[in-house]
Design a protein around this ligand. Structure first.
Ligand SMILES: [Fe+2]
Length: 263
């Protein structure tokens, strides 16, 4: 029986429910995405075992924003796992989602099993910076988790991509210690996919046999392969993984055309 995993990323919510980012009302856009997902789930099309939120949950790093996210997720909260992005505030995430984050330690990461697969989330947030870093402590933690679950095919989630996406302005704010991460991954062939957000676009590349994927935002989209930020007027999206035994399929799905623009 296949299991589906949903990835939502780069929500960029704001405490003001009508606030817009680059002309997109991000709360409305996420609400549209969730409505679409719930309708399809109720129709039996999908059954998400896990929902992974890969950072930039908030844009304004306010308590009310995280509380609004919790309300929007509703009865799906218990299926969620989350990691911070550059825009997030770890203390506020801990306050609003205490049951979803580690009780101790600096980082908000996770390691869980789903249908025989291992899902690991890494925290690449660096206070006050847009770029990301995993750091030595987490690299060691990752190696220990992978050693402990060597027989389980694995997906790694994080906010910042460890590879260039061929947009100059994004490639200088990626994962600064990607080399250290890739060194760990190279020692554990059970890692099949590294999946991230941050770049607000779909991208895919294979690195040493590992698929590296990025996923569109639930709000604002960035046009691929640009030297500077240009928004892409296409609908928001999300990613679905379908796990069946040791095989995996993954697709980005975008909403049908809706008007998410601020008026
Ligand atoms: Fe973002």
């Amino acid at each position: 029986m296949p299991t589906e995993i949903l990835q939502l990323t780069d929500l960029h919510l704001m405490a003001d429910r009508n606030a817009a980012l680059k002309g997109v009302r991000t709360r409305d856009s996420l609400a549209d995405v969730l409505r679409f997902l719930r309708e399809r789930s109720q129709a039996g099309e999908w059954d998400f075992g896990s929902i992974i939120l890969t950072g930039d949950l908030a844009h304004d790093e306010k308590l009310a924003t995280y509380e609004a996210l919790r309300e929007l997720l509703g009865d799906w909260v218990s299926r969620c796992r989350l990691i911070p992005g550059n825009h997030d505030d770890r203390a506020l995430i801990r306050k609003v989602f205490p049951e979803l984050v580690p009780a101790r330690g600096e980082f908000i990461n996770f390691s869980v099993e789903s249908s025989g697969w291992r899902l690991i989330g890494l925290d690449s947030h660096v206070d006050g910076e847009v770029y990301g870093r995993i750091g030595e402590t987490q690299s060691q933690w990752l190696a220990a988790e992978l050693s402990a679950h060597i027989a389980q095919p694995t997906i790694l989630f994080m906010h910042h991509p460890p590879v260039p996406v061929h947009s100059a302005w994004l490639d200088c704010i990626g994962l600064r210690d990607a080399g250290a991460l890739i060194d760990v991954v190279r020692s554990f062939p059970q890692v099949r996919v590294i999946c991230t957000g941050h770049v607000h676009q779909e991208f895919s590349v294979t690195l040493n046999g590992v698929r590296v994927l990025t996923t569109p935002s639930t709000g604002v989209q960035f046009r691929p392969r640009q030297d500077e930020l240009i928004c892409d007027p296409i609908p928001p999206g999300f990613r679905i993984f379908r796990l069946a035994g040791r095989t995996l399929e993954s697709n980005v799905i975008r909403l049908p055309e809706l008007n998410h623009s601020a008026t």
